[in-house]
Design a protein around this ligand. Structure first.
Ligand SMILES: Cc1ncc(COP(=O)(O)O)c(C=O)c1O
Length: 441
């Protein structure tokens, strides 16, 4: 039997021990972290929709109307009208025949890869793919060929060696830890040439890149050519859950063969309604994605001016690779002392020797906040000998944020209502719902 204390000690000795930090209040540009206000630079709430009043209201209204839980898996009795409506809208959004919701992106990748591949076949996976794709390959009975990151020559070599047994190429669209984008056009070409399906995981691309935030495949203009899109509801869409966009035949197979779909409770109504409201906002308000892009460009420029090298990415995910795990943790702690929180990312999430701070920008960050964050990270890195000398610095303090309805949101859960108090619905901030829930009834 494994000695747990020894395992924990091993992790500590290797610089890989992790602990949970505590955030109070909603995911905004500033949060209370372990009781201290910090600028948040590592949330995937890219468009600020997880704390958007309309999205919150839709979730709350859906809970009041449809209850808090789906009660069962979709195939038993948990398949609710709201699930169907969101699937229709997601399919419209991506221009796919159909879409199918899953409990999370992790489950979607696991279930889909395992369901689409069989013993004797080969699945091809980029070496920097997310853990959920890696675990999907492990769950599959097919062999896995891991090709070098974005290296289509290496992939082509593997496809040739598979001699017709290739069945699926799986890739992140926008790589979660590096912020770079998969070579979609070349992958489509290879998939067609070698008669394989192509799965693109758009977890970090949805809402952020491509026309109307439709992701990396849409950015490449190849929506018709990709067999399976995986998207998450938990990042730019500000909710929780995930989906697969694909042909009707593929989603029909997933309903029948994807174990994480079959054997897990359906998403709760509030999450589905929040995602529906967020999707509507993404389509109606493209300026949020524009702002995200501008903020990411600004952060990169300011980091470079502060002596850091953010050149690996052109998107809202900005990795600052420092090397060993201890250095990444030290940089994270130093930046935190200066009021900026960007989590250190270490193996096994990233390869040995490439531990980093993974900075993520939000559309709701203010320019002054990003300038300040870059300065603070640069200073922290220079203190540790991890950055070059910066030239002239602009020591601008973050501007104070005018108080908004969001800022007034309680940092702690409110006390339960007293007996006879008005219902939650009557306490909602006034204003129209972001989605017409009647449409979904
Ligand atoms: C590329 C990618 N796919 C899938 C997931 C998992 O999504 P979820 O958080 O919805 O499980 C993540 C999560 O970070 C991811 O980065």
């Amino acid at each position: 039997m494994t000695d747990i204390a020894d395992r924990l000690e091993e992790l500590r000795a290797a610089g890989l021990y992790r602990r949970l930090r505590l955030v109070s209040g909603p995911q905004g540009p500033r949060v209370l972290l372990d009781g201290r206000e910090v600028l948040l630079l590592c949330s995937n709430n890219y468009l600020g929709l997880a704390d958007h009043p309309g999205v919150r209201r839709s979730a709350a209204e859906a809970a009041m109307r449809w209850g808090t839980g789906a009660g069962a898996s979709r195939l038993i009795c948990g398949n609710m009208t709201l699930h169907r409506r969101l699937e229709e809208r997601l399919a419209d959004f991506h221009g796919t025949d159909s879409a199918l919701l899953f409990g999370s992106g992790y489950l979607a990748n696991m279930g889909t890869i395992a369901a689409l591949t069989r013993a004797g076949e080969v699945v091809f996976s980029d070496e920097y793919n997310h853990a959920s794709i890696i675990d999907g390959c492990r769950l599959s009975r097919a062999e896995t060929f891991v090709y070098h990151h974005r290296d289509t020559d290496h992939l082509a070599w593997g496809l040739r060696r598979a001699e017709g047994r290739g069945s699926l190429i799986a890739t992140d669209g926008l790589f979660s830890m590096d912020g770079d984008v998969a070579p979609i056009a070349e992958l489509v070409g290879l998939a067609r040439r070698y008669d394989c399906r192509l799965l693109v995981d758009e977890a970090h691309a949805i809402g952020a890149i491509g026309p109307a935030g439709r992701g990396s495949v849409a950015e490449a203009g190849l929506e018709e050519e990709v067999d399976v899109i995986v998207g998450t509801l938990g990042k730019a869409l500000g909710s929780y859950g995930a989906y697969v966009g694909a042909s009707r035949e593929i989603t029909e197979l997933l309903v029948n063969a994807a174990r994480p779909f079959i054997f897990s409770t359906a998403l709760p109504p509030s999450n589905v309604a929040a995602a529906m409201a967020a999707l509507k906002l993404i389509v109606a308000r493209p300026e949020r994605a524009d702002r995200l892009r501008r903020n990411a460009d600004l952060l990169r420029r300011e980091l470079a001016a502060a002596g850091m090298d953010p050149s690996g990415s052109r998107t809202h995910i900005v990795p600052l690779v420092v090397g060993d795990a201890d250095s990444a943790v030290a940089l994270c702690e130093r930046a935190l002392e200066r009021g900026v929180f960007a989590q250190a990312i270490r193996p096994p999430t990233v390869p040995d020797g490439t531990s980093r701070l993974r900075l993520t920008v939000m559309a709701t960050h203010r320019e002054a906040e990003l300038r300040h964050a870059a300065n603070m990270i640069g200073t922290a890195a220079r203190d540790l000998g991890l950055a070059t000398e910066a030239a002239e610095w602009d020591w601008e303090e973050p501007v104070s944020r005018p108080e908004s309805a969001l800022d007034r949101a309680p940092a702690k859960a409110p006390p339960p209502p007293a007996e006879g108090a008005p219902s939650l619905a009557s306490q909602m901030p006034p204003g129209p719902l972001s989605i017409d829930l009647d449409e979904a009834a």
